[in-house]
Write a protein that binds this ligand. Sequence first.
Ligand SMILES: *[C@@H]1O[C@H](CO)[C@@H](O)[C@H](O)[C@H]1NC(C)=O
Ligand SMILES: *[C@@H]1O[C@H](CO)[C@@H](O)[C@H](O)[C@H]1NC(C)=O
Ligand SMILES: *[C@@H]1O[C@H](CO)[C@@H](O)[C@H](O)[C@H]1NC(C)=O
Ligand SMILES: *[C@@H]1O[C@H](CO)[C@@H](O)[C@H](O)[C@H]1NC(C)=O
Ligand SMILES: *[C@@H]1O[C@H](CO)[C@@H](O)[C@H](O)[C@H]1NC(C)=O
Length: 357
Amino acid sequence: MKNSFFALRISARRVVGLVVLVVFVMVLYHTQYPDRMMDTFDSQMNVNKVDLFQIINVTKTPRESLFKEAEAISHITFDTVEKEDTVYTILILISSFITHRNRRIRIRETWGNSSMWATADKYKVVFLTGKVNTASSMIEIAEEAKISKDIVLLDIPENFYLLSKKVIVGLTWAKHNMKFKSILKGDDDTFMNIDNIIHFINQNKKTDGYFGNLMYHQPVERKGRYKLTKEEHKNDYFAPYCSGGGYILTNSTVYKIVPNFDLEKNLKIDDAYIGEVAFNAGINATHTSGFYMWNTWCEYVKNIKVSHPAKDPECNQFLLLRSLIDNRKHPRDPVLEKQKYYKNVSYFITTSKNRTN
Ligand SMILES: *[C@@H]1O[C@H](CO)[C@@H](O)[C@H](O)[C@H]1NC(C)=O
Ligand SMILES: *[C@@H]1O[C@H](CO)[C@@H](O)[C@H](O)[C@H]1NC(C)=O
Ligand SMILES: *[C@@H]1O[C@H](CO)[C@@H](O)[C@H](O)[C@H]1NC(C)=O
Ligand SMILES: *[C@@H]1O[C@H](CO)[C@@H](O)[C@H](O)[C@H]1NC(C)=O
Ligand SMILES: *[C@@H]1O[C@H](CO)[C@@H](O)[C@H](O)[C@H]1NC(C)=O
């Protein structure tokens, strides 16, 4: 009697122990392999699995780099971007931290919304997001991607020092999946004037174009957030590059630099890395007007192509309305048109006036 009671208690304990173990393994599995979970999450998802041989057959790049390109593409967990035959005048690739859903929504609702600009030229915004070890974030991005159809999810962890990998995979993906006259790589805290960008692309005569806010003869930092050791970058100066908040690469440039990317050996500073690869491919970074990388006052300038930062929804909205009004795509607004900045800086304007008096 006593013995059998004891045996029962043991087995109950075993059952509880087993259940706990199973749950633990499941949680561990899901946090370690969220992409696998994603595969089963929704069969409707347009899962982009690498087909090495198809890649080899459709391109004429040297064999060695093709394996690198295939490897880069294999870091894509899924992409929900519709592949059409459309040739985009500008394909906009935005590095976006996975949890920055609000910024992506803002972009889709403001300058990313093609009905705002109503241009004859086609453009498309695609977000590149990385992975995190939070199952809920991974499920949320899948749900968002399914509806918005503009996300490429990479299995590369979200980390400031892995942004180069994000850009490498993103550009390689674009080369093999999309047709474009040019690509604009940007960040999710920017405002972009699509009309000005399209106008610039259409009048550009340079085949191997690399345009933006030129960083010329930039010293390599040896300490702090942006530090690179001598081992990581021997030279004390970077090759000329364009600031990462937004720069434009023509189709030809993308095709020339992608085969030279290296997922393992690259610079942690992603914009400087693009500069280096372009430089080695004989492509010159060209300083171009309209790329405002430190527009902290959110000043409206008629020639804006890219303005950074534009984290505030109001700043984004202000720059968009002023741009649309100037391009006659929005009714005039005398009050708004007098406003030069989103932030009301009349105080500063008054004091500087006083100074000149
Ligand atoms: C690649 O192309 C070759 C030659 O055209 C063909 O024999 C082969 O079947 C193709 N492979 C695939 C996977 O399509
Ligand atoms: C884009 O703009 C159109 C017209 O104003 C609007 O109907 C649509 O809902 C907008 N799309 C998004 C994602 O905000
Ligand atoms: C981009 O360049 C590649 C390689 O030169 C070419 O095959 C492709 O047709 C070009 N795409 C466009 C849209 O011009
Ligand atoms: C790049 O710039 C250098 C120096 O200005 C010039 O000599 C070279 O011809 C340029 N190359 C291209 C491809 O435009
Ligand atoms: C700035 O604020 C002041 C006081 O609130 C207001 O009178 C003025 O019209 C504002 N200026 C702009 C440009 O919005």
